[in-house]
Design a protein around this ligand. Structure first.
Ligand code: SF4
Length: 285
């Protein structure tokens, strides 16, 4: 393929990404900070550069899988649904589940991914009566080494880091675990329906997650949780003596201290920069 073709495809990806982002922004009324948007675009571009053979070979995109009429331990009816990509090539069928997680984390927490994909494989093979030879998660969050190479601006360093990155995580199919997983999903449905939303313990929040060097549960999970400002466990975590986290220290200001004018101004500017024009500020959502 010519260099021109590569450039054309990447330009196309960027245009479609911007168009998608704009539609989502107008639909949801929410904008994201420029650095977050750039990270999301990088994930799409690197997915293309790194896994082009898979991206071009996928024969069925966004296949909806559904397991209806399940019953929770509490007697409620519910359905399990998922979306996967299917690649059929040379007589083999592979199922891919794309996740915005990082591959090291996925490898260290394989059990969670196996549970989900085992149910999808069950639907695909048993209910749809389709062949399946392999399954894998594609983890699109690029690793620290790629982030560092990007920040350095050194193209050779970036090429090396991308070469080392292995975002495809194979998953084994184990039909014996499918029913146990479905039962676990059912128990979660009961918790939701009964408004049982107990937070994790502060000890859990302090735990370094497997597959990471030093990322705690609170940093990876709670920081993305909409309930964190009203979560007792997270409040306790953020206030704990001796903790030096950067993002969480900002939270302490929200809870009980005056926020410096300069910091407030930084936040305001980031929010305004995220809006390409003033229509979002005037919109009545
Ligand atoms: S902040 Fe959210 S994810 Fe973290 S413990 Fe509280 S409810 Fe759970």
């Amino acid at each position: 393929m010519s260099e021109n073709y590569e450039q054309e495809i990447e330009t196309f990806i960027q245009q479609v990404f911007e168009q998608n982002y704009e539609e989502l922004r107008l639909e949801s009324g929410q904008a994201v900070a420029p650095d977050v948007r750039q990270t999301a675009l990088n994930q799409v571009l690197f997915y293309w550069r790194k896994l082009r053979a898979i991206a071009e070979g996928v024969t069925d995109t966004e296949v909806h899988l559904s397991l209806p009429q399940q019953e929770t331990p509490g007697g409620r009816e519910y359905a399990i649904e998922g979306v996967v990509d299917i690649l059929r090539e040379a007589g083999r069928t592979v199922m891919y589940d794309i996740k915005t997680h990082d591959a090291d984390y996925a490898r260290a927490n394989l059990k969670f991914y196996e549970q989900q994909l085992n149910v999808y494989a069950h639907i695909w093979q048993e209910l749809r009566q389709q062949e399946l030879d392999e399954m894998a998660v594609i983890a699109t969050d690029y690793p620290e080494a790629v982030k560092e190479a990007l920040a350095s601006g050194d193209l050779a360093h970036l090429a090396y880091a991308l070469d080392q990155w292995e975002p495809v995580v194979p998953i084994a199919y184990d039909p014996h675990r499918v029913q146990a997983t479905i039962a676990e999903f059912g128990a979660v449905v009961d918790c939701i329906e009964e408004n049982r939303f107990n937070p994790r313990s502060v000890q859990d929040l302090n735990t370094v997650l497997p597959g990471t060097r030093s990322i705690r549960f609170a940093t990876r999970v709670c920081r993305n949780c909409d309930a964190r400002y009203s979560c007792a466990a997270y409040r306790q975590y953020a206030w704990q003596p001796g903790y030096r986290g950067v993002a969480e220290s900002k939270l302490r200001h929200i809870y009980g201290e005056e926020l410096a004018d300069a910091v407030q101004e930084q936040w305001r500017t980031a929010g305004l920069d995220a809006a390409p024009d003033d229509s979002g500020l005037r919109a009545d959502y």
